[in-house]
Ligand binder design. Structure first.
Ligand SMILES: NC(=O)c1ccc[n+]([C@@H]2O[C@H](COP(=O)([O-])OP(=O)(O)OC[C@H]3O[C@@H](n4cnc5c(N)ncnc54)[C@H](OP(=O)(O)O)[C@@H]3O)[C@@H](O)[C@H]2O)c1
Length: 235
């Protein structure tokens, strides 16, 4: 599908990658960009229509669908990371539940709710913001990684189930990005603007998967190795 003249709905559009998606969609000629945020007043980019939306709140999802019946591209971007390990964090189970609510059940509920809208508008597309951590795990983000692994499977399953109505699903994987989520983490970071641009180009090219940086491409390539990257034991 073309981004030009599309109607784009972005979750978590007030900052980070979501804001970069809003800018990229406008730059690519989208006809309308809905910027969803828990606090709609935090959507300040000119040309973006604010929508109040917490992706864990079913009533707010229903209201968003009623208000935005012209959407052709849904971008499930909102995400959280609690920085919990499975065995070393005192509230690991609560942290994991919160991450799964936002990172897995949120995109699932959003896609379920918007699927009939996308079908009515010709099929369109869904982008799911995943991570290189869909495929590898570190103790400092173990529960988050589990939620992104589950979200990868969700994305693959949704692709199967939406193919019949002509809706394409693009999974977006990346390593560290220069946003609030990764601000305390050392290391090279890709810019959210670059990631958003690559993702929209991937949608236009009909790609099922966009791997936005070298680390992510290397990890993906290593999955079939005798010594896959997820089997290493990082400190
Ligand atoms: N940064 C990285 O290194 C990195 C790497 C790989 C993948 N990712 C993924 O990329 C996506 C964007 O992350 P980011 O780096 O832009 O993170 P970020 O800077 O922390 O921004 C997260 C966004 O998600 C929103 N959000 C959180 N919980 C929400 C909820 N329940 N309902 C609606 N919105 C909610 C936040 O809204 P508020 O302002 O209201 O909190 C914010 O807009 C996420 O899915 C993340 O997991 C990030």
């Amino acid at each position: 599908m073309k981004i030009k003249d599309s109607v784009v709905f972005i979750t978590g559009a007030n900052r980070g990658l979501g804001l970069a998606f809003a800018k990229a969609a406008l730059a690519a000629g989208a006809r309308k960009v809905y910027g969803a945020a828990r606090d709609p007043q935090s959507i300040t980019l000119p040309g973006v229509t604010p929508v109040a939306l917490d992706v864990t709140q079913p009533a707010q999802i229903e209201a968003a669908v009623r208000a935005c019946g012209d959407v052709t591209l849904l971008i499930n971007n909102a995400g959280i990371s609690r920085g919990a390990s499975f065995l070393g964090s005192p509230d690991a189970v609560a942290d994991a539940r919160a991450e799964f609510e936002t990172n897995f059940f949120g995109p699932w509920a959003m896609t379920q709710a918007f699927a009939p809208v996308l079908a009515a508008n010709g099929g369109g597309a869904v982008v799911n913001a995943l991570s290189v951590l869909s495929w590898i795990s570190f103790p400092s983000v173990a529960t988050y990684s589990a939620s992104k692994s589950a979200a990868w499977s969700l994305s693959n399953g949704l692709r199967n189930e939406l193919a019949g109505q002509g809706t394409q699903v693009t999974s977006l994987h990346m390593a560290l990005m220069d946003t609030d989520m990764a601000k305390h983490m050392p290391g090279d970071k890709v810019s959210p603007e670059d990631v958003a641009r690559q993702a929209l180009e991937g949608v236009e090219a009909g790609k099922t998967e966009v791997l936005a940086d070298g680390v992510t491409r290397q990890v993906k390539q290593g999955l079939s190795s005798e010594t896959p990257p997820y089997a290493a034991a990082p400190a």
